[in-house]
Design a protein around this ligand. Structure first.
Ligand code: SF4
Ligand code: SF4
Length: 101
């Protein structure tokens, strides 16, 4: 039950489903992967999400123009720029070894 409750918490509400309806992004951010990176590194083998390719792509979040195009197109009404920011902060902590996955 404890495990199911944890899963329910992670997979309800404000999480990116990876559908990609919000794309393309004018800043070149791969939103449908970057906005759910915190889940990907924890729910899939983490090494492939922590490589140079994804580090470079996550860094692009710094260039977000806050145009909100993505947010307007998200069928789940997510605050996509905010979600990207949160995932990026978590990602940096993981890379720095401050958070274990
Ligand atoms: S708000 Fe940021 S992430 Fe969203 S489309 Fe604009 S530049 Fe891309
Ligand atoms: S932010 Fe919304 S539209 Fe974009 S990939 Fe995630 S769930 Fe889909």
């Amino acid at each position: 039950m404890e495990y199911i409750e944890k899963e329910k918490k992670e997979l309800t509400g404000d999480f990116c489903r990876g559908c990609g309806y919000c794309m393309p992004c004018p800043a070149g951010i791969i939103i449908n992967s970057c906005a759910r990176m915190s889940l990907m590194v924890r729910r899939a083998p983490s090494a492939s999400w922590l490589n140079e390719y994804w580090q470079e792509n996550m860094k692009k979040i710094e260039n977000c123009l806050h145009c909100n195009q993505c947010m307007k197109k998200c069928p789940y009404e997510l605050n996509t720029p905010e979600l990207l920011k949160k995932n990026y902060e978590d990602y940096k902590k993981i890379l720095a070894g401050e958070v274990q996955v």
